[in-house]
Design a protein around this ligand. Structure first.
Ligand code: HEM
Length: 471
């Protein structure tokens, strides 16, 4: 052990402290931090790992030493079909990564671009409302996570390709398959994988993670090839009317502006958008609904705000969100307590001195956003769901203050937050404005299972079922 590293548990031979992580590493790491401090070292197999557990330390790493800690340790599950070489999520901070980030920030996630397909997203949320309306007629339970995930996939696929790729009602086979492929990639990436901690065993792919992951990525690439080829054919035929979606922007960049993205780079970017954007956004909707069902007073507050701001029977619009401060506070509070990415992965790109410790180049870094959101030194009643705490606070999603970092902070901060903001608020507001909600089978709020299940995203352990009531 390098004595200049921050303190941490004494590692066992070979596996280090891997076995101590248990099934909820966010929680066990938070407990270790009580013993070893806000900056600690864990040996996970052969990976030396620095764990950051407070806002002050996160400020040091993600803001003050942003450039140094802007790398990622790449899991084996995404070392497939050269994905890691051109994925904006997993690439080191190299020139291609910088160009892709600039493209995302200046051409894709802009107000103007997102406004261009408001109507398509509106139609998808209307589909969700009518599906829930059908359930309300027969008092059928809605699986909020599933309905949210499918809706978000369609919101993203319409923003990117102007088509639906999933189906809420009776499943068209292709639509079903797309959903399963995205879920499959997330599941493989979320599994603890021996290949990541003991790289000398990587070639054996003992758990079959890489093999399955290749299958999922191949399907995704096949679908993206079809989309790109179809669009190129349309664009070269006379009378093409621009859709103005992300795919048009990406192809324009290459054709007109000389931004030479190769096809595998375009496909990696599309995969990133679907994989990074779907489960994160739908988990936020599900957790927010769960917290509202568990806190009936908060539910009535948010519904009253909606009733006052939007006439009965009128659909919620993206432009209404600015007039719904309580709804926005509900979403922030759900993200504080249940950050969809509980452990944010980074990597030191060079050796650096921090707080008297020496952190060697290529140390894996984990920022425990879950622990930071529940730090009792920063938040009063940290485990209570109290949206009011955000009502008169300047804290937002921009990562300027590491006290609240559901989207990360620094140069690797989530570039998709403008789209996530619209999708999450619009879907949640529509579910709440159109229906009252009750728990199934006379269940009481206190009886709800609010446990989480750790993975690359933090999901509810038991799917949230709720019965919509038309008012
Ligand atoms: C509620 C929804 C979302 C949450 C909570 C979320 C959270 C995050 C977090 C924590 C990171 C890592 C930041 C860091 O390393 O400091 C990230 C990165 C990323 N997110 Fe999101 N995200 C969401 C939605 C989206 C959406 C909708 C998209 C795309 C359409 C997206 C695309 C990305 C990409 C491409 C990265 C990698 C950026 C990089 O490494 O440079 N995310 N997100």
């Amino acid at each position: 052990r390098n004595t200049k590293l921050p303190p941490g548990p004494i590692p066992l031979p070979i596996v280090g402290s891997l076995l101590k992580l248990g099934s909820k590493p966010n929680e066990s790491l938070a407990q270790f931090a009580q013993l070893y401090g806000p900056l600690m070292t864990l040996q996970l197999g052969s990976l030396t790992t620095l764990v950051v557990s407070t806002a002050t330390m996160a400020n040091q790493l993600l803001l003050k030493h942003d450039l140094i800690f802007s790398g990622r340790t790449v899991p084996d599950s995404v070392r497939v079909l050269r994905h890691q070489e051109s994925s904006v999520v997993w690439m080191p901070p190299n020139p291609l990564w910088r160009s892709l980030r600039t493209l995302l920030n200046t051409q894709i996630m802009t107000v103007q671009r997102l406004d261009a397909n408001i109507a398509l997203r509106r139609a998808k949320v209307q589909k969700l409302v009518s599906h829930v309306g059908d359930c309300s007629v027969t008092q059928r339970e809605v699986d909020i996570g599933r309905a949210g995930f499918i809706t978000i996939l369609n919101l993203i696929s319409n923003t990117v390709f102007s088509v639906d790729l999933a189906d809420l009602g009776s499943p068209a086979e292709e639509a079903q398959e797309f959903k399963d492929v995205v879920l499959g990639i997330l599941e493989e990436a979320g599994k603890p994988n021996v290949s990541d901690y003991l790289p000398f065993l990587r070639w054996m792919d003992l758990q079959g993670v890489r093999r399955r992951s290749i299958g999922y990525f191949e399907k995704l690439h096949h679908l993206f090839d079809e989309m790109i080829d179809g669009r190129l054919r349309d664009r070269s035929s006379g009378g093409y009317s621009r859709r103005g979606d992300f795919l048009d922007v990406l192809l324009d960049q290459n054709e007109e502006k000389g931004f030479q993205l190769k096809r595998h780079e375009v496909k990696a970017l599309l995969a990133d958008i679907f994989v990074a954007g779907s489960d994160t956004s739908s988990a936020t909707i599900e957790w927010a609904m769960a917290e509202l069902l568990r806190n009936p007073h908060t539910m009535s507050m948010v519904r009253s705000e909606l009733k006052e701001a939007i006439a009965k029977g009128k659909q919620v619009e993206e432009s209404d969100i600015a007039r719904l401060p309580y709804l926005q506070a509900v979403v922030k509070e759900a993200l504080r307590l249940h950050p969809p990415v509980p452990l944010i992965p980074h990597r030191a790109e060079s050796t650096v001195e921090i707080c008297g410790f020496t952190i060697p180049k290529y140390t894996q870094v984990i920022v425990n956003a879950w622990a930071i959101g529940r730090d009792p030194n920063v938040w009063t009643n940290p485990t209570c769901f109290l949206p009011e705490r955000f009502l008169h606070s300047k804290l937002d999603f921009k990562g300027q203050d590491c006290q609240f970092i559901p989207f990360g902070a620094g140069r690797r901060i989530c570039p998709g937050s403008p789209l996530a903001f619209r999708m999450v608020h619009l879907s949640l507001a529509s579910l709440l404005h159109s229906f009252a909600w009750k728990l199934p089978n006379g269940m009481l709020p206190e009886g709800m299972n609010m446990d989480d299940k750790f993975g690359i995203t933090l999901q509810m352990e038991a799917p949230l079922l709720a019965v919509p009531v038309q008012e």
